[in-house]
Design a protein around this ligand. Structure first.
Ligand SMILES: [Zn+2]
Length: 369
């Protein structure tokens, strides 16, 4: 018998799975997917998974040739231990000293619940691949480490965006990290401060010259951490600075990264300090036109269920960025999480049921009239 989606969701959030410790939850999902009749495998664990388990890939052969994958991540942010969900006025909250974990167990519950419905009602459906990733929060480790030879679908959905259900994220930025180490020269701050080179001052001057925040319509930039120095009486000879640039346009991202590098190099040269700047592309951006057939199918699937559908962009990255980077057309569907990553996180019961309707219509093979 199909389990009520709310009951299922509450059951899932009570299984601890903070990022990196998804094994207990993964084992439970493997059991449930197998009992539904899906073929279930896990990809080969590597250190790059940053988890005590690896990604799950489950397959349900369908009636048509078409295959769609559905992805949600199994981890939740901290504090996410011993979550106690409760329902009030049509919403589900946590007790208040943890997150709720709807990010992304709402996605997991919607996927399994919809599969149950399709299987129980013997609905003709497309081939379905389910991908449950580990350690998405922070660095998208699971989807980056995923063995893509195990995924056959050329298109799919990640169920992991917050906001109003009906939203389809078709555009997301790339993100590049910038790290700088500035090395000055230490000296006694009282006796001979003029003999020192203050690394913190050198870095600060560089940062003060940087264009940050909303750089242009496509691009944001931030300096997020600065660590250095040992004591008030020592001119600090070392400081580490990290920041990021996000942009919908690769060109703009590159230009901004170069600008930030230049600011640091100029300040280092001016003060005769030393140092190095390194950058790392954390994920690529993507953009799928609204007119795309797959996007239009998703819109139709929602509208058939009476849900107002709309496309939008997101300023955040998700597993969808990584899938698109591997040539798999992927949108990120809004599942309706509110205040994600806070202890005020909640989700409406109707978000869960509406999301399931969209997915059900998309997966089932509609009879042509
Ligand atoms: Zn998420």
């Amino acid at each position: 018998m199909k389990e009520d989606i709310v009951k299922k969701f509450k059951r899932y959030v009570q299984v601890n799975s903070e990022s990196g410790n998804e094994k207990e939850f993964a084992d439970l999902l493997i059991e449930e997917l197998k009992s539904l009749g899906l073929k279930v495998v896990q990809d080969q664990w590597t250190e790059a998974h940053h988890s005590n388990t690896s990604n799950i890939i489950a397959t349900l052969e369908g009636d048509g040739e078409d295959s769609i994958f559905l992805c949600a991540h199994m981890d939740t942010v901290k504090p996410g231990i011993d979550i106690e969900p409760y329902e009030k006025d049509g919403n589900i909250y946590s007790k208040g000293d943890t997150v709720l974990g709807a990010d992304d167990k709402a996605g997991v519950a919607v996927i399994i619940s919809t599969l149950e419905k399709i299987i129980e009602e013997k609905t003709p459906h497309r081939s379905i691949e389910v991908v449950f990733t580990v350690h998405e929060e922070g660095s998208l480790y699971g989807s980056k480490a995923l063995d893509y030879s195990l995924v056959k679908s050329k298109k799919g959905l990640v169920l992991d965006s917050s906001g109003e259900v009906g939203g389809i994220v078709i555009k997301a930025p790339s993100k590049e990290k910038i790290s700088a180490e500035v090395i000055g020269k230490s000296s006694h701050a009282g006796i001979a401060p003029e003999k020192g080179i203050n690394a913190i001052a050198v870095a600060s001057e560089a940062i003060s010259k940087m264009r940050l925040s909303n750089v242009d319509r496509e691009t944001t930039a931030n300096i997020g951490t600065m660590n250095g120095g040992d004591a008030t009486n020592v001119v600090p000879d070392n400081v580490n600075v990290t920041g990021e640039v996000r942009s919908f346009k690769d060109h703009n991202r590159g230009k901004q990264i170069n600008h930030m590098k230049e600011c640091i190099d100029d300040s280092i040269n001016k003060h005769k300090a030393e140092g190095k700047v390194t950058t790392e592309l954390l994920y690529k951006g993507y953009e799928i036109p609204e007119s795309d057939d797959f996007v239009q199918e998703i819109i139709k699937s929602g509208e058939t269920a009476g849900i107002e559908m709309f496309t939008r962009d997101s300023k955040g990255g998700s597993d969808a960025n990584v899938f698109n980077g591997h040539g798999i057309k992927t949108v990120n569907l809004v599942i309706g999480t509110q205040n994600a990553h806070t202890m005020d996180e909640y989700i409406a019961v109707q978000s869960l049921t509406n999301c399931s309707k969209i997915i059900y219509n998309l997966l089932s093979i509609q009879k042509e009239s």
